[in-house]
Design a protein around this ligand. Structure first.
Ligand code: EPU
Length: 464
């Protein structure tokens, strides 16, 4: 291991602890005695990948916004901190999970206050449009987020320039200004990026004139962001073929909105139920945003009951079956779902293939699974039927999982958010005892996962 990599790993451990500490998790290591089916009911709140953007949208309003069902996760803490250094008053509302965001006194932040958030999340890049509208300038610190590929921001910078922003790269981040204001533009994304689509929405709603975005992402979290912006006074049309049109308006007001549930968290607990032979009712989960996941869950051999207040996911008995999955943008099978589901696939009778087409390096988590007894090979070729943009680029982006294998306990280190949850599932379903370290990272996206594991009957101890 070279020095730079060692340094990175040390930072990653430090930041994992910070994530956990931000939401009251004092331990960074869990010792899990596996083999116990997870059974019971847990609740999911608003989606991490909507709530954090909805909080940024509040910057655009002239009056306070109320966001409901906000989970207590460290990514929310980070965005809250960044809003506060820009003068937004953030307070808890009457109900648990209510957040009131008052942007009336938005102001430029000091460099040091912004820099304190460097490397913590990818959300700061979405502050650009709203801050340019409010203040005429923005400084964005170096970004963080999971290490699941290069995660460039070229699409973001390109669209901002087309709106008229002047972008200046600096040693610790990016400085932006809009000396002539921001103007609507004709835009086309080379790939339906979730973040870049949100960047366009958050910038175009107050830009002068009409924006047309081709090649937009249309994830349910983006549709819910559009719901919020419409409540604020925006005029946005979603046409067929990934075209979004936005007519800029002069003023936006605050919103009152209950966030879309977290379908990634719901799918993660569903995967945990299947891999542990368990039975988990996920309160707050809804069918429409999970149709693609539910189809695959059923094909693998899982069962579910759709109810008014949530979805029950369970292992109905019998052998699990292998599947071929290609991750994709919505309405395809989400990349965030593959990592937790891979654990169930190690128990399926036959060979499964997971072709990851969204991120070029999202199989870092499988080394630990192999150590625990799984048979998984990673390939550079596009396996599964459809060539993707990574096929010619030498990326390890296809996994072949041969089962059934019995996982046994091991000492493993969480590499990233979804990979981390997948490691928890592996340890919970394995024979014997596992130690899972760096679990603070999981607090970025899973509210009170320790309390939920307790509720579901998992057998574990926490260590500092
Ligand atoms: N991309 C570029 N240039 C850009 C932006 C994206 O090449 O300027 C590429 C990325 O490298 C990637 C692909 O486009 O290969 C898709 O990235 P996208 O922009 O869609 O992802 P994102 O906005 O950074 C969000 C979620 C991810 C989720 C993806 C896909 C948030 C904060 N993150 O990321 O969530 O996997 O969309 O749905 O909303 C997670 O929750 O664990 C997570 C990683």
């Amino acid at each position: 291991m070279n020095d730079a990599r060692q340094h990175d790993d040390a930072n990653e451990r430090g930041s994992a602890q910070n994530h956990g500490a931000a939401v009251g998790l004092t331990a960074d290591k869990i010792t899990i005695r596996g083999g116990i089916p997870l059974v019971g009911r847990i609740e999911v709140k608003g989606a991490k990948n909507l709530v954090t953007k909805a909080m940024v949208a509040a910057l655009l309003g002239e009056t306070p916004s109320v966001l409901k069902d906000v989970p207590n996760i460290s990514d929310v803490r980070i965005v809250r901190g960044l809003l506060e250094v820009h003068g937004v008053k953030v307070t808890e509302g009457a109900e648990p999970g209510d957040l009131i965001l008052d942007p009336v006194d938005v102001e430029s932040a000091h460099f040091a206050a912004i820099d304190a958030h460097a490397g913590s999340s990818r959300i700061p890049i979405l502050f650009c449009g709203p801050l340019l509208h409010r203040l005429g300038e923005a400084f964005i610190p170096d970004l963080g987020g999971c290490r699941i590929g290069d995660r460039p921001i070229d699409f973001h910078l390109e669209v901002l320039r087309k709106f008229g922003a002047v972008v200046e790269k600096q040693p610790n981040g990016i400085r932006m200004s809009a000396p002539n204001g921001l103007k609507g533009a004709k835009l086309e994304l080379p790939y339906p990026s979730v973040g870049a689509t949100e960047q366009v929405l958050l910038t175009a709603v107050r830009a002068d004139g009409i924006t047309e975005l081709k090649g937009a992402a249309i994830e349910p979290e983006i549709m819910d962001l559009i719901n919020i912006l419409q409540k604020m006074g925006a005029i946005i049309t979603v046409d067929t073929d990934r075209v979004i049109r936005i007519e800029g308006v002069d003023r936006l007001m605050g919103y009152n909105h209950r966030a879309l549930f977290d379908r990634n968290e719901a799918a993660s607990w569903a995967a945990a139920a299947l891999a542990t032979d368990g039975d988990i009712f996920v309160g707050g989960a809804r069918q429409p945003e999970m149709i693609t996941f539910l189809n695959v869950f059923r094909k693998v051999g899982g069962a579910f009951d759709i109810c008014d207040d949530g979805i029950r996911f369970y292992h109905p008995g019998g052998d699990l079956k292998p599947v071929i999955i290609e991750t994709d943008v919505h309405p395809g099978f989400m990349t965030d779902w593959q990592q937790p589901l891979v654990i169930a696939l190690t128990k399926a009778h036959g060979t499964s293939i997971v072709h990851e087409t969204v991120y070029e390096q999202r199989f870092g988590f499988v080394d630990a699974l192999v150590e625990m007894g799984a048979t998984i090979q990673i390939h550079k070729e596009c396996l599964g039927g459809h060539p993707c943009r990574f096929g010619q680029r030498n990326f390890n982006h296809s996994a072949v999982i041969t089962g059934p294998t019995k996982l046994h306990g091991a000492d493993i280190v969480v590499p990233d958010l979804r990979g981390g949850f997948s490691h928890l599932i592996a340890a919970l379903s394995a024979e014997g005892t596992s130690t899972v370290s760096n679990v603070g990272i999981i607090s970025r996206g899973y509210e009170n996962f320790i309390g939920k594991l307790r509720l579901l009957g998992a057998d574990f101890d926490l260590e500092g």
